[in-house]
Design a protein around this ligand. Structure first.
Ligand SMILES: [Zn+2]
Ligand SMILES: [Zn+2]
Length: 136
């Protein structure tokens, strides 16, 4: 078999994390439902990595209006940043961001210096929209 350098690999795969059937478009490198990826590429699309570990979405950042997910391989620890695709489940993107903030605020990752009783839930909450105190 010949192996041309630039091949757009269109593949349909079953997510090994949530079991969803994902129709690839040639650029798909993660599950659009749960956003987990798989460690198969060294360079995008080359499928040259032999690791094959599942890659967990470990961070979500907003970079000039685009959301970037950081995937970390559970097997070898390799991490990689990927743009969120237009057809990705945005609820899952938000859920990851919220889960990360909760991990931080409950102290399981790092101790956040929060004031007593203060709930700072981070980037998706507009603190300024909330009245300081509301008594029913
Ligand atoms: Zn999935
Ligand atoms: Zn790996």
């Amino acid at each position: 078999m010949e192996t041309p350098k630039f091949t757009r690999v269109i593949e349909t795969f079953t997510c090994e994390h949530c079991g969803a059937s994902i129709e690839g478009n040639g650029y798909t490198n993660h599950c659009k439902m749960c956003l987990w990826s798989k460690h198969v590429d060294i360079n995008p699309g080359d499928r040259a990595a032999t690791c094959g570990g599942l890659m967990k979405p470990t961070a979500v950042e907003n970079e000039s209006g685009e959301y970037i997910i950081t995937h970390t391989c559970e097997k070898c620890g390799h991490s990689k940043r990927n743009k969120v695709a237009a057809n990705d489940n945005f609820d899952a993107v938000v859920a990851i961001a919220v889960a990360l903030v909760q991990e931080v605020s409950t102290g399981s990752v790092t101790r956040a210096p929060l004031g007593a009783g203060q709930q700072t839930t981070g980037m998706f909450v507009h603190a300024s929209l909330r009245p300081q105190t509301s008594i029913q």
